[in-house]
Write a protein that binds this ligand. Structure first.
Ligand SMILES: Cc1ncc(COP(=O)(O)O)c(C=O)c1O
Length: 405
């Protein structure tokens, strides 16, 4: 099996992936596996999904050449503008696919877990649009960091459950969502928010978001008459990264870079760099890279960005890393925030802090690539979302708000 073909029939990407779940979920996962593959070869389903993407979510998203940023970077920087999608991030692609599939399976309710809130907002939006009941699990810490997104979800009619266990972040929200699903699987579909979880979620979510790379590849050929030298993205669970990488995997000359949250610095232990500093283990239903202690207990992650604050990564990334097809590096909070401000000031675009990690990584590798190639490199960055949700964090970081008198 090559890295373009995974997973195998048991849901493995090399030695990663699989299904490590309670018996009660196996039948539901089998049904999901059959139904999503049937749906993707059903013209009516694909046509309806394309229509919703185009008429409702604003797809295809733009490919934009960031000229002023390019001058600073010493590389031609192309931005895939997923921030312009309805609900403000790449996540809408995945949830429209899964929500439509929920309808097709005859279920009436969706549940989701969310960190930054973007996936929760996207799920609540799709649920409203397709008339489904919706419950979103969110760590208490994240409900505080992303209060506005909590209000958005409630406005859209979703129930938001604040999870108070563990580190009160995404990992704990996901635990609660699995618990709910075990008890309600007859009428509920669990809209997993990234390329993680038990088979078939990693493959299915990738298939729903891989349009990002398909579009960007065609747009690059149209704009430049060639492919970029490198494709960069931030990696939380890894959906925006796989979404833009996947169509480029067969293009051997295109380098793929994933940037994990380095938090305060990997050496401090306060980070979320599962590939850089983790090891193989099992979390949330799949074998993959994760942060764990010597006893195999999952370690709590840290990142300034709620969407990257997760101690594991989707299994296909673990495979791409082991095979060397993609390279993963950590980016610290401070590096990400510097890139965040640079994009604001050079292009008038406020990115999500998650996306700023991908951008910071691109700025880091640009001179390296220039030396290697002996010319100005062309670097494509997935701008996975917009920064409205992060303005409070950014305002605090940069001291932008007036002191209260
Ligand atoms: C804008 C944005 N980018 C990236 C991520 C990280 O998720 P993933 O790695 O699955 O793309 C999130 C998650 O909330 C997000 O909101």
């Amino acid at each position: 099996m090559t890295t373009t073909e995974g997973p195998d029939t048991r849901g493995y990407f090399g030695v990663y992936g699989g299904r490590f779940v309670p018996e009660a979920l196996i039948a539901a996962l089998d049904e999901l596996d059959v139904e999503y593959r049937k749906a993707l070869s059903d013209k009516e389903f694909v046509g309806e999904l394309e229509r919703m993407g185009r008429d409702y979510a604003g797809l295809p998203s733009l490919l934009y050449e960031a000229r002023r940023l390019s001058e600073k970077a010493g590389a031609r920087i192309l931005l895939k503008r997923e921030d312009l999608n309805h609900t403000g991030a790449h996540k809408v692609r995945n949830v429209l696919g899964q929500a439509l599939l929920t309808k097709r399976m005859g279920k009436r309710r969706v549940i989701a877990e969310t960190g930054a809130g973007q996936h929760g907002v996207a799920t609540a939006t799709a649920a409203a649009y397709l008339d489904l009941e919706c419950t979103v699990y969110m760590g208490e810490e994240d409900t505080r960091r992303q209060a506005l997104n909590v209000a958005r979800m409630r406005m859209l009619g979703a129930e938001v459950v604040s999870v108070k266990s563990g580190s009160r972040t995404l990992k704990d929200a996901m635990n609660e969502a699995f618990r709910d699903w075990v008890a309600s699987v007859d009428y509920t579909h669990y809209v997993v928010g990234s390329v993680g979880g038990p088979h078939p979620f990693p493959a299915m979510v990738r298939d729903f978001v891989r349009g990002i790379g398909v579009e960007a590849r065609a747009q690059s050929l149209e704009l430049l008459d060639r492919l970029p030298d490198a494709v960069c993205a931030c990696v939380g669970g890894g959906s925006n990264a796989l979404g833009i990488f996947h169509a480029f995997i067969p293009d051997a000359d295109v380098r793929l870079f994933g940037f994990e949250a380095g938090g305060d610095g990997v050496e401090t232990g306060r980070h979320a760099a599962a590939i850089t500093a983790g090891g193989a283990g099992v979390l949330h239903g799949a074998r993959t890279y994760l942060l764990q202690d010597e006893d195999g207990q999952t370690i709590e992650s840290h990142s300034i960005s709620a969407g990257l604050d997760y101690p594991a990564v989707g299994p296909e990334h673990a495979w791409l890393s082991d095979t060397g097809r993609a390279t993963y590096e950590p980016v610290t909070d401070a590096e990400a925030m510097q890139a965040f401000r640079l994009l604001c000031r050079t292009e008038g675009i406020i990115p999500a802090i998650e996306s700023a990690h991908g951008l910071a990584g691109a700025l880091r590798i640009a001179p390296r690539l220039a030396t290697e190639l002996g010319r100005e490199p062309i670097v494509l960055v997935n701008l996975s979302g917009r920064g409205d949700k992060d303005m409070e964090t950014a305002a605090k970081w940069f001291g932008l708000l007036e002191e209260k008198s």
